[in-house]
Design a protein around this ligand. Structure first.
Ligand code: F6P
Length: 481
């Protein structure tokens, strides 16, 4: 599958658009005999970029998701996928360590204490350099390179140094914390300098962009004027980077259409029947992550059952918790805690054949998810901190029937847009109980009124609009720089 024309760096050749992300948009598996296979994992970003990648020659630089695996580049749907190999040690130190046990908890308001290890930082730098080198080798002269997320914050400056001709964008999918929290990072200056290599830095929420500008003023040599950062270059003329807010979204048209199909509607009815046709079907869908507020949600639900405000016979909470980052201790502990709590609630309130919590430690495909969304009367998104939360938007997109209620944490980025949801502070268990009760008993007219407003927003601001806005803004910054 290897194509030598893509292998070396020739600035006169190469791709007009290069996406750099921790993961490639494929799932790679290796069987017992060492045979490697892959299948498409079309996340939102793939869909978002489809119009661009159809018009421009494009490459996607990322890790194949398995340690110690040398994959040849491959073409998928017109995009050249270029794998960046990671050793077992690098996965432990760069991915599980610095990305997911240092940056992830730090950027999510230290819900779990971040660990600071110098060896993880060393590996993070090394791996970021590898991604930058591979990206530089793929980009045509003057190409656009779009770097994604917290795993690759040093890549913009590394790329700029190697290839000053490039137009470089960076988008942070997770929150950017307040400066007092960011201040804890021993390598805060280096991370800011890495990010400021970009021409445009995108954040999910206005608050994240403001936090970033404050940290730049405090911990870097950059000065700010509104959304512009001026970075001294040593040769008189400062360089400019722009900071903006670009709330990410989903392929809402696709979810809407899928949830209208006969297959999904029948499956939704079947799911309700399998659950004993409950009066109220509550749903939670999360990666099993401590940022998602799953324990807080279970606490509120358990108390509502205990107080008799919700009937354990007529109510079911389906909690899908998809496995994630299982080698990181905090995630393993969370799993234990969640499973203990589910067991306690079911132990106390189940009747034979009817547990009030249906807990699924699994991942499901898009069709099954659409059916679950459609079947659910109430969707619980109770994150303690979340960059956006796309599940909230998927629930809304699935409800062309205009029924259903979204209970949404004000600490999820989606709360800025989905203001017709029942907004909650998940730390306030009593407030959350009241909101869940209100949602469970809301009359259909009120549901419709809220759902219509939510749908208007989600269907008009989809992931294609998000990527177009970002890439247009990047082209504009570069033109005026
Ligand atoms: O929200 C940040 C993010 O990195 C997403 O891009 C990704 O889908 C999710 O977390 C899961 O991350 P991982 O690649 O660690 O499984």
């Amino acid at each position: 599958m290897s194509d030598p024309s893509h292998a070396g760096h020739d600035p006169t050749d190469g791709h007009g658009l290069v996406v750099v992300a921790n993961r490639l948009p494929i799932d790679v598996s290796v069987d017992e005999d060492g045979v490697v296979s892959w299948q498409r994992a079309p996340g939102g970003l793939v869909t978002a970029l489809r119009p661009v990648t159809q018009a421009t020659s494009s490459a996607w630089v990322g890790w194949g998701g398995q340690p110690d695996l040398e994959l040849d580049p491959l073409e998928v749907d017109g995009t050249w996928l270029v794998p960046v190999p990671l050793s077992t040690d690098e996965v432990a130190q760069y991915y599980e360590g610095f990305s997911n046990d240092t940056l992830w908890p730090l950027y999510h308001d230290v819900i779990s204490p971040p660990a600071f290890h110098r060896s993880w930082w060393d590996t993070y730098q090394q791996v970021n350099r590898r991604f930058a080198e591979v990206a530089a080798a793929q980009a045509a002269h003057g190409a656009t390179v779009w770097v994604q997320d917290y795993q690759l914050q040093l890549v913009p400056a590394m790329l700029r140094e190697a290839r000053p001709d490039l137009r470089i964008g960076f988008f942070l999918h997770i929150p950017f914390p307040a400066q007092e929290i960011f201040a804890q990072l021993p390598w805060r200056r280096q991370v800011l300098e890495g990010l400021l290599g970009a021409d445009l830095l995108g954040f999910q929420r206005a608050g994240g962009a403001t936090n970033f500008l404050q940290t730049v003023r405090r911990f870097s040599d950059g000065t700010t004027r509104g959304p512009l950062v001026e970075i001294p270059t040593g040769n008189g003329e400062p360089r400019r980077a722009r900071v903006g807010t670009f709330p990410i979204s989903i392929d809402s048209g696709r979810v809407n259409a899928l949830a209208r199909t006969e297959e999904v509607r029948a499956r939704a009815a079947q799911l309700r029947a399998d659950l004993g046709n409950p009066q109220v079907l509550l749903l939670g869908v999360d990666r099993l992550d401590y940022t998602k507020g799953i324990r807080h949600r279970l606490q509120a639900y358990g108390e509502l059952l205990e107080e008799g405000r919700l009937s354990p016979e007529r109510t079911v909470l389906v909690q899908v918790a998809s496995p994630s980052r299982e080698n990181v201790d905090a995630y393993a502990h969370l799993r234990d805690e969640v499973e203990l709590t589910v067991g306690r609630i079911n132990g106390s309130f189940a009747t034979v054949g009817h547990p009030p919590v249906q807990y699924l430690y699994q991942s499901f495909d898009a069709t099954e998810m659409a059916a679950l969304f459609l079947a659910a009367d109430v969707m619980l998104v109770t994150a303690l901190r979340d960059g956006m939360n796309l599940v909230a938007k998927e629930y809304v997109a699935a409800h062309s029937d205009e029924r259903g209620v979204l209970v949404l944490s004000e600490f999820a980025g989606a709360a800025d847009e989905l203001t017709s949801a029942l907004l909650v502070n998940p730390h306030d268990i009593d407030g959350m109980k009241d909101a869940i009760f209100t949602a469970a008993t809301m009359d259909p007219r009120q549901q419709r009124r809220r759902m219509r407003k939510l749908r208007r927003r989600v269907l008009t601001h989809d992931v294609q609009a998000w990527s177009t806005q970002f890439l247009d803004a990047l082209a504009e910054v570069h033109r005026t720089a």
